[in-house]
Design a protein around this ligand. Structure first.
Ligand SMILES: Cc1cc2nc3c(=O)[nH]c(=O)nc-3n(C[C@H](O)[C@H](O)[C@H](O)COP(=O)(O)OP(=O)(O)OC[C@H]3O[C@@H](n4cnc5c(N)ncnc54)[C@H](O)[C@@H]3O)c2cc1C
Length: 458
């Protein structure tokens, strides 16, 4: 963008406009993943829908690449762009709960911690991810899975409406009745279609849950995973548990003798009748975990339990896959790679994708993989930039070992910048329809800094 365009942006926007050389530029350009080191020409901190409209118009006129940032947690760093314009929605973080209607309206730059805190005051919640600093924007537009998903579906299955600024400057509301094609595409299609300035979600009664981890020694990974893959899908949807391989963190609540030890485990969340919780957990306890931290916990506390372990700015490299069946070969690969975690924070998670998620059809939303059982993510994480290559190597080697038994495609929010074929595989049978909706709402592909679906009319 030229100096003139930037000056004009400053004049017309109520939010801050930050350029190289300004105090705070380095903080403004930084995203969650410390591996991403891009220098945008302008970071436009939008404080209103009008600011978004102005920034989008200005970026479009200048021909600069435009990145839209919600919480900035995206792995490949699509919340920023080299030499272009960042539309940073972080000042737009209002959360309004309607307890009577059991809905919440959330502005496009809010994080899940703010949403959980506001809805918890009314004993309500909606499905989202497992770290509270993640943005509502990116997580929702990619699909969103977490502790409540077996019972209440993906985040998008609870989306009722979205207010969107389109690349031609129009502001529209998308819902089942208004712009239903856009509403369909927003539910899983990522940031391809416009800038979402607010989301309205359905809420469910969720208050104190019975939750926490159970751990086993890393040597038991094959045995525990073989049990878990049969156990969890057969359980009532009140019980959720994701499987993990990990290094036991060196602090509370973990016992000192386990600190720094490699392990496998599951993190559980039970939302059923508390009186029946012991019965629900009995088969887990029968597997004789070496340590258990399951107990009553307010839902927002569970949602933020991992926050201190994973602050902003660490090196992140991840690879995802959808998994229909965890095969014996995959079990063996997980057991092997669990022993070779390249850093204490590196991990592998298998998130359940069943229950309520399967009750929505494959073509009902853009999220095509309604028949898989797990969303797998392999994550190399470390604070030291010097370990970046080792993290990448371990992650890719691990991914290549398990990928042959995957369902094809990955959760779009667990992909790096892996090329158009991976995006196509992820959207499967919905890809062509997404490209058509893109042609209707963003025909010039102004919003291309994302897992891009280029516009195409058949
Ligand atoms: C620590 C951690 C834990 C995670 N856990 C989970 C989990 O449990 N479940 C899960 O489903 N995912 C999880 N994720 C993945 C997460 O969903 C993605 O990283 C997601 O992209 C984050 O959204 P964001 O708004 O923070 O990211 P950003 O980098 O801001 O944005 C991501 C993408 O969405 C677009 N976008 C964001 N907001 C808007 C908007 N308002 N309008 C239009 N486009 C927008 C951006 O342009 C970009 O392409 C996790 C990620 C991290 C880093």
């Amino acid at each position: 963008m030229t100096t003139l365009e930037t000056t004009e942006l400053r004049d017309r926007m109520s939010g801050q406009v930050i350029t190289p050389g300004d105090a705070g530029y380095d903080a403004a350009r930084a995203v969650y993943n410390g591996m991403i080191d891009r220098r945008p020409a302008v970071v436009a901190r939008c404080a209103s829908v009008q600011d978004v409209r102005v920034a989008l118009e200005s970026g479009r006129r200048s021909g600069s690449p435009i990145a839209v940032r919600g919480g900035g947690h995206n792995g490949p760093g699509f919340g920023t762009v080299e030499g272009g314009l960042v539309i940073d929605l972080s000042p737009m973080d209002a959360v309004d709960v309607d307890p009577g209607a059991r809905t919440v309206r959330v502005q496009g730059g809010a994080t899940w911690g703010a949403v959980d805190a506001a809805t918890h005051r009314h004993g309500l919640a909606t499905p989202s991810g497992i770290v509270s600093t993640t943005g509502v924007g990116g997580l929702t537009l990619g699909g969103g899975h977490g502790y409540l998903s077996r019972k209440h579906g993906l985040t998008i299955d609870n989306l009722l409406a979205a207010d969107v600024v389109l690349t031609d400057g129009r502001t529209v509301t998308a819902s089942q009745t208004d712009h239903p094609d856009l509403f369909w595409a927003l539910r899983g299609g990522g940031g391809n279609f416009g800038v979402v300035t607010s989301f309205t979600f359905r809420l469910h009664p969720v208050d104190t849950v019975i939750a926490g981890p159970t751990l086993w020694p890393v040597e038991a990974t094959a045995e525990v995973l073989s049990w878990y893959r049969e156990f969890l899908p057969a359980q009532h949807e009140d019980l959720y548990g994701f499987f993990a391989t990990l290094t036991v963190p060196p602090g509370d609540p973990f016992p000192a003798e386990l600190h720094g030890r490699k392990a496998c485990g599951a993190v559980w969340c039970y939302t059923g009748d508390p009186a029946a919780a012991d019965q629900a957990f009995a088969p887990v306890r029968a597997m004789a975990p070496q340590w258990e931290g399951v107990g009553p916990v307010p839902y927002p506390a569970l949602q933020s339990a991992f926050d201190p372990l994973y602050p902003k700015g660490m090196q992140w490299y991840w690879r995802g896959d959808f998994v229909r069946t965890v095969t014996d070969d995959a079990v063996a690969a997980h057991a092997g790679f669990a022993r070779e975690l390249p850093s204490p924070l590196s991990t592998m998670h298998l998130y359940p994708i069943d229950g309520a998620v399967h009750r929505v059809g494959a073509t009902d939303t853009a999220w095509a993989h309604r028949d898989v059982t797990y969303s797998q993510v392999i994550v190399g994480v470390d604070p030291d930039p010097g370990s970046a290559e080792a993290l990448k190597r371990w992650t890719v080697d691990y991914w290549e070992a398990t990928h042959p038994s995957s369902a094809g495609g990955a959760y779009v929010n667990f992909m790096m910048d892996e090329g158009p074929d991976r995006v196509r595989a992820t959207y499967g049978g919905n890809y062509d329809r997404l490209a058509e909706v893109k042609a209707t709402y963003d025909p010039e592909n102004v919003l291309s800094v994302n897992q891009n679906v280029p516009p195409c009319r058949r």
